[in-house]
Design a protein around this ligand. Structure first.
Ligand SMILES: Cc1cc2nc3c(=O)[nH]c(=O)nc-3n(C[C@H](O)[C@H](O)[C@H](O)COP(=O)(O)OP(=O)(O)OC[C@H]3O[C@@H](n4cnc5c(N)ncnc54)[C@H](O)[C@@H]3O)c2cc1C
Length: 157
């Protein structure tokens, strides 16, 4: 996407990007990731669609679309078609964490491993996966997957 947090106005995206850069994060926008691999020295390397390579990253995969990239990277996929992660949201590659719609999580009541593509769990998982990629040991305990719907028409008084 052309800016970070593309659901917001570009001006806000630019402000958020500035904050990230000020915190030491390298921000790359407007280009997709084409591959996640390993270089000649065995170090993990991310290749962008224009061929640029970013070395020694801490990849955190997000979203539905990243599923195909995960398959290309040889990460283990569960029966639901989601990425298998442990309680620290680490994939079958110990150097890659994953969060969001693409991961299989434990449904807290049934105990089954399923995909729960909702924004709340994705947000929490993203925070935990990123923290763990930076050395924390935070657990993700699963989700309920509840939804609330309503009619757009007000009920008669
Ligand atoms: C129409 C619609 C309505 C929804 N309504 C609700 C709702 O009311 N409540 C709710 O809880 N949830 C809702 N959801 C679900 C919610 O949007 C998702 O669960 C949430 O956005 C998942 O977050 P994510 O980070 O896993 O994936 P995404 O938000 O999809 O983020 C994935 C990101 O990865 C990027 N990406 C993908 N491939 C690459 C690549 N190769 N290189 C670089 N970047 C890449 C994408 O551009 C995207 O920015 C809705 C979803 C849709 C589609």
């Amino acid at each position: 996407m052309p800016t970070v947090m593309s659901m917001m106005d570009r001006e806000f995206g630019a402000m958020i990007a500035q904050e990230l850069v000020a915190s030491g994060v390298q921000v790359v926008t407007g280009i997709g990731v084409s591959a996640v691999g390993v270089d000649a020295e065995g170090q993990r390397i991310v290749t962008l669609a224009d061929g640029r390579q970013i070395g020694r990253p801490r990849p955190v995969l997000r979203g539905r679309e990243a599923g195909s990239l995960a398959k290309l990277a040889g990460l283990e996929i569960g029966p639901s078609g989601g990425l298998i992660v442990d309680e620290f949201l680490r994939t079958s590659d110990p150097h890659v964490w994953a969060a969001g719609d693409m991961v299989e999580v434990v449904q807290k009541i049934s105990g089954r491993h399923i995909r729960i593509p909702l924004a709340g769990p994705a947000n929490r998982q993203g925070r935990i996966a990123a923290s763990n990629a930076l050395g924390a040991k935070m657990h993700y305990d699963g989700a309920l997957g509840t939804s609330v719907v309503r009619s757009s028409r007000r009920p008669p008084r």
